[in-house]
Design a binder for this molecule. Sequence first.
Ligand code: 5GP
Ligand code: MN
Length: 336
Amino acid sequence: MLDTAALSKLLNQPQKIVITTHHKPDGDAMGSSLGLYNYLIQLGHHTQVIAPSDYPEFLAWMPGNEEVMIYTENAERSAQLIASADIIFCLDFNNLTRINEMGELVRQSGAVKVMIDHHLEPEDFDDYRYWDINACAAAQLVYSFIAEELQRPDLINADVATCLYTGIMTDSASFRLPKTTAAVHRIVAHLIEAGAVNWHIHELVYSNSSENRLRFLGHCLANKLEILHEYNTAIISVTRAEMQQYDTITGDTEGIVNYALGISGIKLAAFIVERTDLVKLSLRSKGEFPANEICKKYFKGGGHRNASGGQSDLSLEETIEKFKQILPEYKTLLIQ
Ligand code: 5GP
Ligand code: MN
């Protein structure tokens, strides 16, 4: 493992740097990656952000977005960049399976690997770790990595601030989740002072739905919401045919699970969707309920206690059934 002084020294010279983040990047994944990108380019590093897959339109506006490479659209060039990088930053994930095929390329690269993350149980693949599960977002950690660890708060310009604000805003569900501490609000205040236009960022992310997305959401809530009162649990499930019927695109399903969790008394909500080759689950919970435990134990996934995800090779129907059969094991926690 490198210490901060050694990493700092490396960063004093221009390096070839790759920044990557998890599959299906969310606001924190892109916000933390582009926040770091906008910091590193000021120091003269040759920096490339590589996302393992595409990401929603409502995230595709942050400063530096035009420079992002998407692995699935540029596999060969991405592999070259990873192989020849001096430093690879891994943001908002801590297990190489989260970046699909890119995982082995990163593992095999001779680059110094830096993990900046806030998920449980990191895999041991890194050379430098800036990791704190109490952080509300990886973007919060990128902020303290730059401002405190590397002592360059002066380089948090408007571009860096805009990206980091977006990461913190989205991962804290607009400053609502329990990890949104006073310290987070102080960071956010500094980001606004540094040039993040908070009201505009909210508008770009949250008031930017297509008509289709809203109609699809309406369909999910009107026709697909199932409430299991006995377990204070709500499920929304959608088939591929429904996704096609509403012409959904990447990102259109994001956040739908939160509507189900928003019902009074509901402790656990699941959004279960049929994708091309597998079924994907998104779980959200309130309070102490460990949604990530269900994902880890039964659906090859994980995440945070209150927001986690996983997958299943069963059919959609069978996956829903499997999920329902798990609930009795958690009944005591669910009805508390
Ligand atoms: P979402 O439900 O938005 O897809 O994911 C919520 C959180 O769950 C993510 O931030 C991530 O931490 C975690 N997560 C989602 N899918 C997976 C998965 O397949 N494996 C693991 N380990 N974590 C996941
Ligand atoms: Mn995150």
